[in-house]
Design a protein around this ligand. Structure first.
Ligand SMILES: O=P(O)(O)OC[C@H]1O[C@H](O)[C@H](O)[C@@H](O)[C@@H]1O
Length: 276
């Protein structure tokens, strides 16, 4: 999808996953897509904006365990077309329950992803409706891989003072909480869930800045970077891949959403070029 201004983004039908975003008039690609990412149409694609639904990581929401991060990122979504709204373009994708999803998860649902490209801005919206007769819980994350030149020279602002669970240091203590002091800088493997409050974040690196916003329905922010040692063990990432990415994920994990029959829920994350 492209705008007359030169802004461009690319999405795959697998997972309705945005893979590339290059705003016009600023230097280069803003999303990280691993050169080793799978392209078989089913294995999770490492990079862009994977959608974790209806489960985050391996946190079971009652019932049977689902695949890690749910199944939405592994499924082919249906393209529903592109529409113009002012100078924006919006591409929509749909996914509904079928035999395959029912084998993993008993819920009846209809989900939509809307990718809105505007000058200097990208927004990804997700909505889901319960089309069945039973209530069900779900978790969601827009698991965005932001591209950075060198993550050790980047800093993420806006989480100052926020409580988080450190999934590296406190893996065996899921109730443990730490508090963010100052801007977040990556110093090795980083895997944190910041709960309770949608925020506007600012990712700064020499020469360019991006703001990251999320809907109030997505109150958690996950920040992930595998660091050199874990990255070396990831078959679908080059050894130095960790240096060029930072996942900043808009999520609802700590308090899963419960959707009753006929109810609909929506959430979004957006990115805007600030400088450079
Ligand atoms: O390798 P994946 O299944 O795509 O997961 C990649 C990462 O996703 C999230 O950020 C989690 O917090 C991490 O614990 C996980 O390692």
């Amino acid at each position: 999808m492209a705008l007359p201004t030169g802004d461009r983004c690319v999405a795959a039908l697998q997972g309705a996953q945005v893979l590339s975003w290059t705003p016009a008039g600023s230097p280069g690609e803003r999303l990280y897509l691993s050169p080793g990412a799978a392209s078989d149409g089913a294995t999770a694609i490492r990079g862009g904006v994977p959608l974790c639904f209806p489960q985050f990581n391996q946190r079971v929401l009652g019932g049977r365990p689902l695949p890690k991060h749910g199944f939405a990122r592994n499924r082919r979504w249906t393209p529903l077309g592109v529409v113009a709204e002012g100078e924006d373009r919006i591409a929509e994708f749909g996914l509904a329950n079928d035999e395959e999803t029912h084998a993993l998860w008993p819920a009846s649902f209809e989900a939509r992803v809307a990718v809105r490209l505007s000058p200097g801005r990208l927004a990804i919206g997700f909505r889901v409706r319960n089309t069945g007769w039973a209530c069900w819980p779900f978790a969601l994350a827009l698991h965005t891989y932001l591209r950075v030149d060198d993550v050790t020279r980047a800093s993420l602002h806006g989480l100052e003072g926020a409580a988080y669970w450190d999934a590296v240091a406190d893996l065996d203590r899921p109730q443990a909480r730490r508090f963010q002091s100052g801007a977040l800088a990556v110093e090795g493997e980083t895997d944190r869930v910041y709960a309770g409050g949608a925020r506007v974040l600012r990712l700064s690196e020499p020469g360019r800045t991006l703001t990251v916003s999320q809907s109030t329905t997505l109150p958690d922010t996950v920040v992930w970077n595998p660091g050199a040692a874990l990255c070396a063990r990831l078959a679908d990432m080059p050894a130095d891949g960790w240096r060029h990415m930072l996942c900043v994920e808009a999520a609802c994990i700590e308090e899963p959403v419960v959707l009753g029959p006929g109810q609909e829920w929506q959430g979004w994350q957006s990115f805007e070029v600030v400088a450079g």
